[in-house]
Ligand binder design. Structure first.
Ligand SMILES: Cc1cc2nc3c(=O)[nH]c(=O)nc-3n(C[C@H](O)[C@H](O)[C@H](O)COP(=O)(O)OP(=O)(O)OC[C@H]3O[C@@H](n4cnc5c(N)ncnc54)[C@H](O)[C@@H]3O)c2cc1C
Ligand SMILES: *[C@@H]1O[C@H](CO)[C@@H](O)[C@H](O)[C@H]1NC(C)=O
Ligand SMILES: *[C@@H]1O[C@H](CO)[C@@H](O)[C@H](O)[C@H]1NC(C)=O
Ligand SMILES: *[C@@H]1O[C@H](CO)[C@@H](O)[C@H](O)[C@H]1NC(C)=O
Ligand SMILES: *[C@@H]1O[C@H](CO)[C@@H](O)[C@H](O)[C@H]1NC(C)=O
Length: 592
């Protein structure tokens, strides 16, 4: 096993340092929708797999190019009493929110795609607002805004999203300043297509302006209030940013995060628990005349050669199969050293990193996704998670904490870490814990108080019934976050259990439900899947359901007793129920 880790370190070194020389760009992601005549269509997310691993099948899909065509599509669904959902051309959401219809039967469900609803981006320089069709991609929007000498202040770190899709799930970057890091808090107007009476043509467009209370429901609406046709966002005069990363020890970051977020407009922290390392991002707005034309080409969103992605996945699987915690630690260590060397993908001059600070235009520093773009010449490179290539496949847990509870959560995770630090290497092979900041919001499904968002990614097996190395650790951290410290799940990420009881965590939840009743009384924009998320319903507890987070185990059969995983209590958070590997129990179980 020791050898394994060493070998993997070597392999990774070779792959990472070698591939850094390859020019970026690659094969664009596959379309999320595949249709086959009368057999209907299948919707997938960008990872190619939903939480429940079941296909989302629909009867048909419409591709409106204008707001009026979108209205007609909604009208037709309403008239035919069909279930309907909108999906973007990207489908980057992990929960099955965009799937219409009922479980096991979607025969009367249809989709409306915004993939072609993207021709208008109108900038009002005097008012400093931009109004865009909902299918417009974030990158296109930002480029247009910057060309007009303005900047969009908040955006997620990943640019491969649509304007309508990203606000719908509360997507965010990081900031406690001004209006804050969540994009929906910069929304000042929105047009929504909702079902209507026959006399009104079965569907109508409503325009919500800044003062309209319905806007607080519609800003973050998970696609269930209606079809968003246009989004109006506030802008600021163009600016640049200056970023420096400080890779330092993690001894006190839980006591320093508040100061850090208050001091730097776009601050974040990445915590690598197994490496005892915290990376502070000092990230501030600077005037346009500051010299520097850098970009933030985040490493995780750069193209990988398909071969590299496959080898990394194969290596990770080998470590899983041989239960090599050590090998994971060796990998985590190599990955972190590499990130430090290349500053996570910051580039001073568009090409390489030459030193801090890296200064560049807001439009080039806030968000990235170079793996999305393809010159026709390269078909051997993609985003690392492209489902066509057997590349990376992982879970993404994202917990949103009231700022006041965050330090205590981190202290408890540190206690768990001290029991066996190597058990934490699995997340550090990805991005550790990414810690970001968002401000209190008026959106009913947004955050009622200033909050801290934590993201962590970890291995997901190809087969749903395959347990994973240290899965008990991640289950304990997950349950601690959501059930002990009151964290809320990001609507676009997470495994199903994270949503249990979620409605009780939102003080304005009932106002959202009331808006839903007003705008879509027949529930045509709701489905079994979106209801399960919104109302945090627990699914039927089948064998192995805890392995993929479809349930919290309460008996061994929810884990995988035949593979040595039994339902046990948490090591630090005793109320947690996790699937823990305990090979000596196998003989006992099967002899009783
Ligand atoms: C690699 C990657 C990185 C990410 N990084 C971040 C990040 O940094 N910060 C963050 O907060 N999130 C991040 N996310 C999550 C992402 O922001 C959300 O998943 C987002 O909602 C996806 O937008 P989309 O355009 O792909 O929408 P989809 O996934 O297609 O749709 C999202 C939801 O919105 C609904 N919807 C879409 N368009 C409309 C419309 N016009 N009208 C009504 N409903 C609509 C859908 O029904 C669905 O419920 C990331 C995701 C990935 C895959
Ligand atoms: C399309 O559907 C038909 C009929 O159900 C089926 O026979 C055929 O294999 C399908 N084709 C593809 C490419 O899925
Ligand atoms: C890095 O962060 C640590 C912890 O906040 C701090 O003590 C140190 O001075 C910082 N280093 C630099 C170069 O800013
Ligand atoms: C930028 O412009 C401001 C005034 O507009 C000026 O005071 C400042 O010195 C300039 N800075 C640089 C680096 O040129
Ligand atoms: C997953 O593994 C189980 C046995 O462990 C097997 O029965 C099942 O067919 C596999 N599923 C897939 C999709 O490969």
């Amino acid at each position: 096993m020791g050898n394994h880790g060493w070998l993997l370190g070597f392999l990774l070194n070779f792959l990472l340092w070698g591939s850094a020389l390859v020019p970026i760009h690659g094969m664009p992601p596959p379309s999320p929708v595949q249709c086959n005549g009368s057999a209907g269509c299948i919707l997938r997310n960008s990872y190619g797999e939903w939480g429940d691993r079941k296909d989302c099948r629909v009867l048909s899909i419409a591709y409106p190019e204008t707001e009026e065509e979108m209205r007609l599509a909604v009208a037709q669904a309403n008239q035919k009493k069909q279930k309907v959902k909108v999906v973007s051309g990207f489908s980057h959401t992990i929960p099955k929110l965009a799937c219409p219809g009922k479980e096991y039967y979607s025969g009367n469900a249809v989709l409306i795609s915004t993939a072609k609803l993207k021709s208008t981006i109108e900038i009002d320089t005097a008012e400093m607002v931009v109004t865009a069709d909902s299918g417009v991609g974030l990158r296109d929007l930002i480029n247009r805004v910057e060309a007009a000498g303005l900047s969009l202040v908040a955006a997620p770190y990943w640019e491969g999203l649509s304007v309508g899709g990203l606000i719908s799930t509360g997507a965010h970057g990081s900031s406690w300043w001004g209006k804050g890091g969540a994009v929906h808090d910069h929304v000042v107007g929105l047009s929504l297509v909702v079902p209507a009476k026959e006399s009104e043509g079965f569907a109508k467009i409503i325009r919500l302006e800044a003062q309209d209370p319905l806007l607080n429901a519609a800003k973050v609406s998970m696609g269930i209030l209606g079809a968003i046709s246009k989004v109006k966002l506030s802008l600021e005069p163009g600016f640049k940013r200056s970023i420096t990363n400080n890779f330092t020890d993690d001894a006190h970051f839980e006591d320093e995060f508040m100061d850090h977020a208050k001091k730097h407009e776009f601050a974040d922290i990445t915590w690598y628990p197994s490496r005892r390392t915290a990376v502070y991002r000092y990230d501030d707005r600077v005037p346009l005349n500051t010299s520097g034309d850098g970009i933030n080409d985040f490493l995780g969103f750069q193209s990988n050669s398909i071969l590299t992605s496959k080898l990394l996945r194969a290596a990770e699987k080998a470590l899983e199969n041989s239960r090599s915690v050590r090998g994971k630690c060796a990998t985590a260590s190599t990955v972190l050293a590499y990130k430090r060397l290349v500053a996570n993908g910051l580039k001073n001059n568009n090409l390489i990193f030459t030193g801090y600070p890296v200064v560049g235009h807001q439009g080039k520093m806030q968000t990235s996704g170079s793996c999305l773009y393809s010159p026709s010449t390269r078909t051997d490179i993609t985003c690392a998670w492209d489902p066509r290539i057997n590349g990376l496949f992982f879970y993404e847990t994202t917990a949103i904490f009231p700022a006041t509870k965050f330090a205590e959560f981190i202290r408890e995770v540190k206690t768990l870490r001290e029991l066996k630090i190597d058990n934490f290497c699995g997340v550090d092979m990805y991005n550790g814990f990414l810690i970001r900041f968002i401000k209190a919001s008026g959106a009913y499904l947004g955050q009622a108080e200033d909050s801290v968002v934590v993201d962590f990614n970890y291995y997901r097996a190809d087969n749903a019934s395959t347990p994973r190395l240290n899965q008990d650790v991640w289950e304990e951290v997950e349950q601690m976050a959501f059930f002990k410290y009151g964290a809320k799940p990001h609507w676009a990420k997470n495994r199903n259990l994270a949503f249990l009881g979620v409605q009780k965590k939102y003080p304005n939840f009932n106002k959202f439900v009331a808006a839903k009743k007003q705008l879509d009384p027949q529930n045509i924009f709701s489905s079994d899947w979106s209801e399960a998320i919104l109302f945090g319903k627990e699914a039927e507890k089948g064998d192995g359901c805890a392995l993929e987070g479809q349930c919290i185990c309460s008996g061994d059969r929810h884990c995988s007793p035949e593979k040595g995983y039994f339902c046990r209590t948490g090591l630090v958070y005793k109320e947690a129920r996790v699937c823990r590997y305990s090979p000596s129990s196998i003989a006992w179980t099967f002899s009783n």
